[in-house]
Ligand binder design. Structure first.
Ligand SMILES: *[C@@H]1O[C@H](CO)[C@@H](O)[C@H](O)[C@H]1NC(C)=O
Length: 326
């Protein structure tokens, strides 16, 4: 009997599936996100190169990427927990979004990415107990369906203390809780906790003549042991910190003028202006406030707002000249 073209097509698809995928492959995964390598792409090489080209002056971030790479490639004994510390505009969110985009094909749209924002998801101190219970059951529920999940907690300093205690039983060293595999999960915490001390230490090292690129994680380690990262806010009295369950604390260094200029140029490039004139760069720099009062070593707001400042500059110029290129 002759096969019509529909069933021929079906047979070809099935044969292709058998060749390239194991028999257990669920055909639904062709159209919807599944917990497999097709959707969890773990493009570590791409991640390294994006961070190198898009993040200015934060060489210590490479430690975080090394940790992620090792977590993915070797059977981890526990979930990976990273804590990013720095002032607004130092690149914490930027780095996390690159991590999301390079580990998950669907980026932030992936069902395996969870982005909790302190002020939005956990606003009321009086509801802390409820938040904590919800969070615990969400984490468990999600990790039951797929163990390769990424949880980002933003603005940890604005979360009611104790909410994060929900995380502790999951990131502890026990490999199986209720037969759920937690070990492959990644947790990233973002906050400005301890950032002022990071900046002070940076200043101190700088004045001793240590170049930024030569600064090591160990230069900032003593801040952690002194409890600097346990000041008021979501980590305060948190079991997570007390039990030393954070694998790596990554300080985001304050941005100096050359880094801010790199950010400005990058934003111009994003808007199709390949080589902005110095006067246009200077115009943007005038908006930036510098600290500390005496040395004016770094920008108080890092690279925050630069994108909107550049957007306005480009639009204004375009309005005057009807020309795209500055
Ligand atoms: C997974 O986490 C989200 C929050 O990111 C939550 O809304 C959802 O209910 C969780 N799923 C399960 C099965 O618990």
């Amino acid at each position: 009997m002759w096969l019509n073209y529909k069933s021929t097509f079906l047979i070809i698809v099935l044969m292709w599936l058998k060749c390239v995928k194991p028999w257990s492959y669920n055909p639904l995964c062709l159209v919807q996100e599944c917990c497999n390598d097709d959707y969890i792409i773990n493009d570590i090489k791409g991640l390294y190169s994006t961070i190198k080209s898009k993040i200015y002056g934060q060489h210590l971030v490479e430690v975080a990427i090394d940790a992620i790479s090792s977590h993915i490639h070797f059977k981890p004994p526990k979930p990976l927990t990273l804590s990013f510390h720095g002032w607004a505009g130092s690149g914490k969110n930027y780095v996390s979004s690159f991590i999301v985009d390079h580990l998950y094909k669907r980026g932030f749209k992936s069902n395996y990415i969870h982005n909790f924002i302190g002020r939005i998801h956990f606003p009321e101190d009086s509801h802390a107990k409820q938040y904590k219970d919800n969070l615990y059951s969400w984490l468990k529920g999600n990790l039951t369906s797929c163990s390769r999940q990424l949880f980002i907690f933003d603005e940890v300093h604005l979360m009611p203390p104790s909410v994060l205690n929900a995380v502790k039983p999951l990131i502890d060293y026990r490999t199986n809780v209720d037969k759920i595999d937690y070990t492959q999960a990644i947790f990233i915490f973002l906050s400005n906790t301890g950032a002022t001390l990071v900046n002070e230490r940076y200043n101190e090292l700088w004045s001793k003549g240590i170049q930024r690129e030569d600064m090591k994680l160990s230069h900032f380690d003593s801040l952690i042991s002194k409890g600097a990262f346990n000041e008021e806010g979501g980590f305060h009295f948190s079991d997570t910190i007390r039990a030393n369950l954070i694998d790596h604390y990554i300080p985001f260094l304050p941005m100096q003028v050359n880094h801010v200029i790199d950010c400005i140029k990058d934003q111009f490039r994003e808007r199709g202006v390949a080589s902005p004139q110095q006067t246009h760069i200077d115009e943007i720099l005038e908006y930036i406030e510098w600290a500390p009062a005496d040395t004016k070593l770094y920008s108080k707001t890092g690279c925050k707002r630069i994108s909107s400042l550049v957007a306005v500059a480009v639009a204004k110029h375009y309005r005057h000249t009807q020309k795209r290129e500055l």
